[in-house]
Design a protein around this ligand. Structure first.
Ligand code: GLU
Length: 293
């Protein structure tokens, strides 16, 4: 099977050195496998996505020396495919409506959880609805019913053997993740009256549709691989290989984020750095070792 990789940035800000390091890895792995690298614009967040950032991402990545195969795929254009997957999950009873209020969820949010991970859902709406196809509920979010206590195992190409356990917060042992969102009800003023798929669902549907064989992305999404493997199974889709890259940190030990303007590729470029200078900068950074601002 020939290698197909993808770059999947979200157009919610300017790409920084951390993104550049991950996308450069994706590019070099596709090249080493003589494979294809595709580009997916993850623009499903209507509040935060901006077309100007799509142009900026493509320009910055091309400047860095990354090439991909057009056409670019935009998630905002793929709602029918996500709706079809949602209908399939609903029909099989793999998901259930969650009517928890923002307040309930905020409370769960205060329980300790990883800075970049979805908070552990305590399963309160799961028990209200028994297994089997629930009725469609237009003003509810939908969650995936994870297999309680199951450990999802996979071999990460960079980080090695992984064992990530699913379950609800009510169990005796704290699982790594719980019933996660697959569909979000529309927010007030939202341009999509039927709501939108979560990142997890859109990612799995698209990786399969694009024929992706290996996902290269930041280690902040390592646990999401377990969620996505469960979704692939529930949808009868092939699984993919995973390669999660180490996250870069600034001089204070803080993980790089889109607010790190000083380390945006744009800024570095304006300061006169060449693509080779930028690549040398992330090539020297190791996991946890800070990258000068
Ligand atoms: N769009 C996601 C991000 O920018 C990446 C998702 C993925 O690669 O699966 O963090």
């Amino acid at each position: 099977m020939s290698y197909v990789g993808r770059l999947a940035p979200s157009p919610t800000g300017l790409l920084h050195l951390g993104h550049a390091a991950t996308f450069w890895t994706a590019y070099t792995r596709a090249r080493a496998h003589r494979g294809t690298l595709l580009f997916r614009n993850e623009d499903l967040d209507p509040q935060r996505s901006r077309p100007a950032f799509v142009d900026a991402m493509m320009e910055d990545l091309a400047w860095l020396g990354i090439a991909w195969q057009p056409p670019m795929i935009s998630q905002s254009q793929r709602l029918p495919a996500y709706r079809a997957a949602f209908a399939r999950l609903l029909e099989s009873g793999a998901i259930y409506p969650c009517i928890c209020s923002r307040k309930d969820l905020a409370r769960m949010m205060h329980a300790p959880h990883d800075e970049d991970d979805e908070p552990l859902y305590d399963g309160r709406c799961r028990t209200a609805i028994s297994a089997g196809a629930p009725p469609f509920h237009p003003s509810a979010n939908y969650r995936f019913r994870v297999p309680d206590g199951e450990t999802v195992r996979f071999l990460d190409g960079n980080l090695g053997a992984q064992a990530i356990t699913a379950g609800s917060a009510r169990g005796t042992q704290k699982p790594d993740f719980g019933d996660f969102l697959v569909w979000r009800k529309p927010a007030p003023g939202d341009p999509h009256p039927g709501g939108l798929p979560s990142y997890q669902l859109a990612c799995v549907v698209d990786d399969a549709a694009m024929g992706v064989t290996e996902v290269v992305r930041g280690a902040d999404l390592l646990k999401s691989a377990a969620r996505q493997i469960l979704l692939q199974r529930a949808l009868g889709l092939p699984t993919v290989d995973y390669f999660h890259t180490a996250l870069l940190r600034d001089q204070h030990g803080v993980r790089l984020a889109k607010r790190h303007d000083a380390l945006a590729l744009r800024t570095l470029r304006e300061q006169g750095l060449t693509p080779a200078d930028v690549r040398a900068r992330f090539a020297n950074a190791k996991d946890g070792s800070p990258i000068a601002g």
